[in-house]
Design a protein around this ligand. Structure first.
Ligand SMILES: Cc1cc2nc3c(=O)[nH]c(=O)nc-3n(C[C@H](O)[C@H](O)[C@H](O)COP(=O)(O)OP(=O)(O)OC[C@H]3O[C@@H](n4cnc5c(N)ncnc54)[C@H](O)[C@@H]3O)c2cc1C
Length: 455
């Protein structure tokens, strides 16, 4: 009988079936994990991809984060290429992605009216109109389909409905992982692991150093039945009246960026990246339940206001909140190098840069924990300060990190070396060969303090 006088129980250890044995296990099939798995598999590794939910995409699909950002440096230099470009082209071929052609990427009121409600604006620039830039509005279900295609084509062993629970440690290395499934616990053996859970679940379980960060959370949602043409016409023909209404709408939702509604590739359906709610812990079930209640109440209040007051929204209906609550930041690795806010803001270039986003560079060392030879991370929990993460965590750079991590594990396996001993120059070369930009060549606006990586 369990002792009810204590606040814990002790379980007997049990035998767990090994259901796969492979070169690389990637945990988490969000933007970073998908790219890591595809990149590793294309470089010859046998890969198992583990995901807790029934779909691929993480925040991009289940979280309904529907604009790809941070893809451009200085207005026109596209810096997230490789798998990101391939992904966008595949979604576009299925009518699931919309973005401005290069000739529309200008600072003009005409282009603002054409593209701003797609979210293709440079949010970092002040002064109106903000320039139109290469950013991509997409459909979440298309994201899931394209992800499945890529995984299937690369012959990745996909394990959905499998919640990572524990790292298996043997001699200072991660020898495999344990997942919880409907069939009980299952183990997977491997030589290398990629943590792409976004919350550092795997690396934390393996004993890596981390800090606990926090940022606003959002119950993102979509509205159907919106006459977007009428809404835009009203906005552009009655700017003062619109501004007043928009201010009221943002007070009702209680926390939103400037553009709280954006168009999606499906006519009449708009994406609402709000409400923003502070003080919630993305790792705590109690906190997430409270956020779910608060977010849903706020979104229904906004819908009522919009239906009553905003031209174009008269017949709007709640299509639904995202399956996953929008958690931006939890655990952050404190690895071989910790990227600082100053690194991001000053556009510091690193000799061992293996990927980049907007105008910042990510050193290989920021993907590596200290003291664990065969674990690498990719995605929003990479090694950085909390303030640095807030401006370097968008989907495309997370995908670029994943692509670099996939290359790194394949080189480490080929050369039979620890991940820490992989030469960054080799990762850079392979990233270029795959069509990705590793950030090895600093752009003219970068802060360059170190010579390029040695062979
Ligand atoms: C509300 C919101 C708005 C945003 N807006 C934008 C935007 O406009 N543009 C943009 O580019 N970026 C935006 N971002 C940022 C971006 O969405 C994320 O930073 C990005 O998705 C991170 O990718 P990731 O792969 O690292 O993590 P995630 O997308 O979080 O994916 C992690 C994956 O791991 C899985 N996982 C987690 N734990 C486990 C486990 N224990 N076992 C198995 N699987 C697990 C998850 O289910 C998920 O599939 C926004 C984020 C939020 C929350």
């Amino acid at each position: 009988m369990p002792d009810r006088a204590t606040d814990h129980i002790t379980l007997k250890s049990r035998q767990i079936p090994v259901i796969a044995d492979c070169d690389v296990v990637v945990v988490g099939a969000g933007p970073a994990g998908l790219s890591a798995a595809v990149s590793a598999a294309r470089n010859g590794c046998s890969v198992t991809l583990v995901e807790r939910y029934h779909h691929l995409g993480g925040m991009a699909s289940g979280g309904m984060v529907l604009v790809l950002d941070d893809m451009v440096n200085g207005g026109s230099e596209i810096v997230t290429t490789g798998i990101v470009t391939e992904f966008v082209e595949r979604m576009e071929a299925q009518d699931g992605a919309v973005y401005p052609p290069p000739q529309d990427c200008l600072k003009s009121w005409e282009m603002w009216q054409k593209w701003s409600r797609w979210g293709c604006i440079d949010f970092h620039k002040t002064g109106m109109p903000q320039p139109i830039i290469h950013a991509v509005a997409f459909d979440p279900d298309t994201w899931k389909r394209v992800s499945l295609d890529l995984v299937g084509e690369a012959k990745i062993n996909l394990r959905l409905h499998s919640w990572f629970s524990e790292a298996i440690i043997d001699g200072g290395k991660v020898a495999g992982i344990v997942c919880q499934t409907k069939l009980g616990r299952q183990a997977i053996r491997c030589s290398m692991v990629v943590d792409a859970t976004g919350d550092l679940d795997l690396a934390a379980s393996a004993g890596a150093d981390f800090i606990k960060g926090q940022y606003i959370v959002t119950t993102v949602f979509r509205l159907a039945g919106v006459d977007t043409e009428r809404a835009e016409k009203f906005e552009y023909e009655n700017p003062q009246e619109y501004k007043k209404l928009d201010r009221r709408a943002r007070r009702v939702i209680g926390g939103a960026w400037g553009m709280w509604w954006l168009k999606t590739p499906i006519p009449g359906i708009v994406w609402c990246n709000c409400p923003h709610m502070a003080g919630y812990d993305g790792l705590s079930p109690e906190s997430m339940v409270a956020a779910e209640y608060e977010g849903r109440e706020r979104m229904m209040n906004l819908l009522a206001f919009a239906r009553e007051n905003l031209p174009g929204f008269e017949n709007a209906r709640m299509l639904g909140a995202a399956e996953q609550i929008g958690v931006r930041q939890t655990r952050l690795l404190q690895g071989e190098y910790v990227v600082t806010r100053d690194d991001v803001k000053s556009r510091r270039h690193f000799a061992d840069s293996v990927c980049r986003g907007r105008d910042y560079y990510t050193p290989y060392r920021a993907l590596l924990p200290r003291g664990i030879d065969n674990l690498i991370v990719a995605g929003r929990h990479y090694s950085c300060e909390s303030e640095a993460q807030k401006s370097s965590r968008e989907i495309p750079p997370c995908m670029a990190q994943g692509e670099a991590a996939g290359v790194a594990v394949s080189i480490a396996l080929d050369e039979n070396v620890a991940l820490r001993d992989v030469n960054a120059k080799k990762i850079q070369r392979q990233m270029r060969a795959q069509g990705a930009d590793p950030g090895d060549v600093p752009s003219s606006n970068a802060l360059v303090e170190q010579p390029p990586a040695a062979e």
